[in-house]
Design a protein around this ligand. Structure first.
Ligand code: SF4
Ligand code: SF4
Length: 56
């Protein structure tokens, strides 16, 4: 799974996720929808703040 820790709300992860798996509260990412996520980890690589962390 991917945890969201300290999101800065830049929305760069939205530009790379092709599966609409990123769940927000306003601009801030609160979690990744595991039922949609295909584990490509493009969002993890795209985040300039290291706010998306692979947990497994
Ligand atoms: S790329 Fe990182 S900081 Fe930017 S919105 Fe996504 S999780 Fe938040
Ligand atoms: S790992 Fe891939 S599919 Fe999952 S949320 Fe990130 S960009 Fe989207």
């Amino acid at each position: 799974m991917i945890a969201a820790v300290g999101c800065q709300g830049c929305r760069k992860c939205d530009e790379v996720c092709r599966h609409n798996a990123i769940i927000r509260n306003g601009n801030k990412v609160v979690k990744i929808d595991e039922s949609r996520c295909q584990k490509c980890y493009d969002c993890v690589k795209a985040c300039p703040y290291g706010a998306l962390v692979v947990m497994d």
